[in-house]
Design a protein around this ligand. Sequence first.
Ligand code: LRH
Ligand code: MN
Length: 431
Amino acid sequence: MTHFSISEDLLQAENAARKMALDEDYAALARALGRRGIDGDALTRRVMAFGVAIPTWGVGTGGTRFARFPGPGEPRHLFDKLEDCATIHHLVRATPTISPHFPWDATSDYVALREVAAKHGLAFDAVNSNTFQDQPNQEHSYKFGSLSHVEPAARAQAIAHNIDCIAIGRQLGSKALTVWIADGSNFAGQSNMTLALDRYLDSMREIYAALPADWRVFLEHKLYEPAFYSSVISDWGTSFAAAQELGPKAQCLVDLGHHAPNVNIEQIVARLVRFGKLGGFHFNDSKYGDDDLDTGSVEPFRLFLVFNELIDARMRGAEGFAPTYMLDQSHNVTDPIESLMQSAIELQRAHAQALMVDRSALAATQAANDALGAHLELKRAYTTDVSPILAMARLRAGGAIAPIETYRASGYRKHKAEERPPVARTSAGIV
Ligand code: LRH
Ligand code: MN
């Protein structure tokens, strides 16, 4: 059976219909930016250089603990997911890497997987371990934890799994391992919170020792869920202290949805940059908890403020500044491909807006305690509609001026529904 993919002809036709309008909008924006001393083409080149990794687990329809409602043409396995990731990158030209999760993405031949991905123009970013679910025939359950479990055998099992993930990642050409653990407690007294952290650190030291010289390990903190009284790695402070204790290859990963409401995440980013411990991001958005909503769909200003700190760090040449960007979302009511494309675009938007901040004017207003003046320097960048630059960046990189419209015009999902017989699984859960 042939696998449908979006043809160049269709892409060119969709672009041709929009090119004149884009040229007009782009020229107008470039003139307006020129008056602000900003080179529009240079900005477009910076946008073209931006990339974010797609989470393999985000390509299928997600769910909650209540239910999951799969859509048509659901990816059945990793190779279907690669096809969908390739389609996303084909149209938005901003997602050249994917972040896999094991054992969800387990397969027999990882070298072959790497070749298939390369044929799709894709490479592998950080690999994610999973010691928050029990696998069939697993000897020791993770019900009461994994890397911090009271039983050495359960910890050893979790350590071995992480070391296996490193071995898989090496075959895939990945350079980092992301470790998020669900470990914690639901009752006061259930866990000795200090000993739990010590057990976690002992386990992480063994994983750290297994890292190749050019690898990093990202510690992902999360305030709560599935533990609802205490989480072992609950906040950036604990994650930072643990990364300090482990060594230079250990850094902190900021999942935007893993904080209490109203926490100043951009300041956490600034702190981790200051101490050389910002490893990367799981981008998404949230209104209440770890909602895993589409990036920029709830708090686009906050996303801009995060990128404002990242560009400030890059402009001043912050030491060890090499964060990796990944999406981590759950698409419960949209076509995951559309959500992932739009989320990548919202990241490009925040990045482009942050690049337009006049940093010397901002520094002057800050030095003068001109609070409103300083705020307006940020707002001027944030309220500039950079859509023509984002579209031109896609076009110049061989993508679609209008990815969602082009994707819908292609009938890709309908074709996949014909190619991929429905998967008879509607159990609850995020994947
Ligand atoms: C935990 C998390 C983590 C992943 C999982 C899919 O909430 O953000 O990054 O392993 O989601
Ligand atoms: Mn995450």
